[in-house]
Design a protein around this ligand. Sequence first.
Ligand SMILES: Nc1nc2c(ncn2[C@@H]2O[C@H](COP(=O)(O)OP(=O)(O)O)[C@@H](O)[C@H]2O)c(=O)[nH]1
Ligand SMILES: [Mg+2]
Length: 243
Amino acid sequence: MHPSADSTGPKKTQQTYTQNLSDLFKPIRNLIPFGAPSSTPSSRLFARVPASTVILVIGLDGAGKTTLLRDYLSPRPDSVKTITPTINTGISLEDLQVGPAFFQAYDLGGCRPPYYHRFDEDLFRQADAVIYMVDAADRDRVMEAREELIMSGLRANNGGMRQGVPLLVLATKIDLENGRRPDQIETFFIDNISTSIGDRPRNVVGVNLKTGEGVSHALSWLSDGLSPRKDTLYNEKTASTEK
Ligand SMILES: Nc1nc2c(ncn2[C@@H]2O[C@H](COP(=O)(O)OP(=O)(O)O)[C@@H](O)[C@H]2O)c(=O)[nH]1
Ligand SMILES: [Mg+2]
């Protein structure tokens, strides 16, 4: 978009404005060179996913999204790029490419104007997998986290996650005393919203991002679901040893 377009052109509706936000990110993302010089044990799990797989890491602020990208998936902290559109929208996206996978981290909720939900829905719709991060120790905001997931991620109109896209709910901060247990998060997040969650593969895993407890178990589940070639190899191997 031309920088002067907003001031001189006809006034845009809020809808058009947010509709274009996801387009603003695209040209910037394409400048990031393909491939990374090194990887981490967690990022190597995604080596076999199809090229340009987009994994959305999303949830309320403070849930642990940046920590997951920076401390587990990124070979170096500076590999995580923060992308903000040239116009001042108040929106920013953290982007990390490792091998064939793009991880995008984005904050939901807070005091953003309601029309930003349109952009949130766009992000969910473009994702090939979603890691929904919930601070299990933030009892005051667990309801807000659930509402954001339903409103932007699972709504049954043309917004939200596409059919069959896997959903990994990561309940973080299980090390803190007041943290809810992962099975409580599961009941709250999954069981009670069965009408809109659909048939998609889903899993709820508790993690401690300070120690890494639970992280590789959770990410293995997701990467297995995204890596058909691995399944094929596994099946062939199993079949040949069973002969
Ligand atoms: N104790 C504990 N702290 C965590 C855990 N995960 C994240 N944090 C902390 O929570 C804060 C917010 O994390 P951050 O990654 O910035 O959240 P974001 O807003 O979702 O990107 C940071 O101080 C992290 O160190 C966890 O599992 N246990
Ligand atoms: Mg963050």
